[in-house]
Design a protein around this ligand. Structure first.
Ligand SMILES: [Zn+2]
Length: 281
C-alpha cells in the first residue's frame, strides 16, 4: 500500500517574493500523518496556520492566495505546492516570516531540490489519492479543463498567448518525481509585457525581474538566459496546475487535459474534484 510521506529533516530557503517584493525566510518542517500542507505565518502573533486546501483560496489573480478564518493569508503558494505534490510529500509545515514565499528563479526547481535534500520519510497512514470515477470538466471563457480516469497522473496542456509565433504550445507527460525534476521544475514564471503596467498598478510583481521571469513582448521572448526548453511556457503552466490541484488535499491520479489554463480554473477544478470526491462516499 502507498503510504503518506513527510520530509526527513527541516529545510530552509530565503529570498525576494514576486508580488510583495519583500524578503522572506521560509522553513519546511516535518509534520504528522494527516496534517496536509500547512503554512504558518511566524511574523504574526501566535503564528497562525493556513492549510493549503481549495476551500481556503481567497484570490486567484495571477497567483493562488489562501487564508484562514484568523485572516492570516499566504500569497503565491503554487510553486511550492507543485514541488511537494510531485515529490509526494503529503504532510509538512511551511513557516514563513512574510505573506509570500521566495520566488527564487521563478521556477519550482529550488523547492524541489530542497525537498529532495531534506529527504522523504514514509509515515504510518495510507496516502490519500484522488482518482476520477467519471470524467469531470470545468469551463471558463477560453479555458477548458477535463479530467479523465487514469492509473497515472498525466497532464496534457495547450497554451496560446497570442504574443509571439512561439507561444502556442502543447505538452503532455506523466507526472513523477523524476519527470518533474527534469522536465518541469526548471520552467520559469512568465508575463506579457503589455500586462506589466496593469500588474504594477495593482500593486503586484514588485519583486519581478528578469532574474525570476520571462517576458513576452512584441513578437519576442525576453529572458536573461534564453529559454530552458523551447516550450518552457506550457511546461510552467503544467507545473502551476500540479500545485493548484494539490489543493484537493490529495495526490492526484488522473489524466488532466487543459486548454489555456490559469489559476482561476485550476482552483475551480480542484473544488470540482473535491465535490466529486464526496459524492458516493
Ligand atoms: Zn507559476
Amino acid at each position: 500500500m502507498e503510504m503518506q510521506n513527510t520530509i526527513g529533516s527541516e529545510a530552509a530557503i530565503s529570498g525576494i517574493a514576486l508580488h510583495t517584493g519583500l524578503r522572506v525566510h521560509l522553513r519546511m518542517k516535518p509534520a504528522p500523518e494527516n496534517t496536509g500542507i500547512v503554512f504558518r505565518r511566524t511574523d504574526m502573533p501566535g503564528s497562525p496556520e493556513v492549510r493549503a486546501f481549495a476551500p481556503n483560496v481567497i484570490d486567484v489573480r495571477r497567483a493562488t492566495t489562501i487564508a484562514a478564518p484568523s485572516k492570516a493569508y499566504v500569497v503565491t503558494v503554487e510553486h511550492i505546492m507543485a514541488a511537494l505534490h510531485a515529490a509526494r510529500v503529503d504532510n509538512v509545515y511551511v513557516e514563513m516570516d512574510n505573506a509570500e514565499p521566495p520566488i527564487a528563479d521563478g521556477s519550482a526547481g529550488p523547492y524541489f531540490k530542497m525537498i529532495r535534500e531534506a529527504g522523504i520519510r514514509e509515515q504510518n497512514a495510507p496516502a490519500k489519492i484522488w482518482t476520477a470515477k467519471a470524467p469531470l470538466y470545468v469551463e471558463n471563457g477560453a479555458t477548458t479543463m477535463v479530467v479523465l480516469p487514469s492509473d497515472v497522473f498525466r497532464i496534457s496542456c495547450t497554451v496560446a498567448f497570442g504574443e509571439t509565433a512561439l507561444d502556442t504550445q502543447f505538452h503532455s507527460l506523466e507526472i513523477t518525481p523524476e519527470s518533474f525534476e527534469k522536465e518541469l521544475g526548471p520552467c520559469r514564471t512568465f508575463a506579457a509585457y503589455r500586462d506589466l503596467a496593469q500588474l504594477i498598478a495593482a500593486g503586484l510583481a514588485k519583486g519581478g525581474s528578469l532574474d525570476n521571469a520571462v517576458i513576452l513582448h512584441d513578437g519576442a521572448i525576453i529572458s536573461n538566459d534564453g529559454l530552458r526548453f523551447p516550450n518552457e511556457l506550457v511546461r510552467h503552466k503544467i507545473m502551476d496546475m500540479i500545485g493548484d490541484l494539490f489543493l484537493t488535499g490529495k495526490r492526484v491520479r488522473a489524466h488532466v487535459i487543459a486548454i489555456k489554463p490559469g489559476h482561476p480554473t485550476n482552483v475551480q477544478l480542484a473544488k470540482t474534484m473535491l465535490a466529486a470526491d464526496t459524492v458516493g462516499k
